[in-house]
Design a binder for this molecule. Sequence first.
Ligand code: KG4
Ligand code: ZN
Length: 343
Amino acid sequence: MLILGIESSCDETGVAIIKGEENSKKVSLLSNVVASSLSLHSTTGGIIPENAAREQIKFIIPAIQEALKDANAKPNDVDTIAVTYGPGLIGSLLIGVETAKSLSYVWDKPLIPTNHLYGHIYANFIESKNDSVESDITFPAVGLIVSGGHTDLIFMKGHQKIEWLGGTRDDAAGEAMDKVGRLLGLPYPGGPHIEKAALKGDSKRFNFPKPLIGSDDFDFSFSGLKTAVLRETQKIEKLDEQTTADICAAFQKTVIDILVRKTMKAAEKYDAKSILLGGGVAANQALRDAIQTSIEDSNQQISFFVPPRNLCTDNGAMIAAAAFFNNKEVDFKKVDANPNLYF
Ligand code: KG4
Ligand code: ZN
């Protein structure tokens, strides 16, 4: 079965073709095209939704053509179309959704509207070159989604059996990274720049609060932490390179400590056999290492999965993969973009 996946919820236009066999544990990637308007948003220090939507219009058709060409496929080879219908920016979402609906009608193919957040978790179900023999994901699993717009913990008893455990009450982890990056004068988006600067920093020089780290629930809060970083930077007369690196190291470590503590707590409570990480912030090596170390320290039989970096940030392959495992076709006439979609 070939699925063409379309993702246009924010500033990336992602189109991919995946192949899934009946009963396969993972799907394989035939092509994956991502056109990003990130450089445009760097100039404005953040995303202006209308600009992102305009860029989506420019990229969507060429991205579909390229994805078909790279997969050596013709429209008729495609069995199903999958598209992100939310959450995201309404203008951007509409471009992908309306394009997918048109293709569903013209090519006469079924359409599977897909939740972007599921997509980030299902990026783990795409075969990758690094896969070892024992790389099958076993359930029950706990998933941590950390992106620019979301921070959520989910419990997966199996495919189509997903339960939301908790999420951020204010800023998402990636959003906090981007805001702190901005106040430190780093380019947009802040996450990768904070990660880079943190490598040269001393995480012990600053001590930031860890909101909700010990709370009974699976909720997160990063807004107070961001304000604490702001206050600290305001006290500093000149923000030199070393001080910036030290703040980045301390801030990044604080975010990671909170994410790891809550994820491990969920894994223990629900007796998880696997932990699945997803979303743009999952590209962060320090976070990946911290989860792995924490699992080893816990002496529990938990396998850790994280997608390759290019599949952590938004892409069409993760949408096609989520659609494959949660196969729910909907008549194209009934599919609408839903910017506020959640679990
Ligand atoms: O999943 P994504 O591409 O888009 C959303 O769905 O939001 O995530 C983008 C977020 C941004 O906040 C960005 O700063 C963050 O992912 N990010 C990172 C890294 N790479 C991207 N955060 C920390 N470390 C990274 N290496
Ligand atoms: Zn995303």
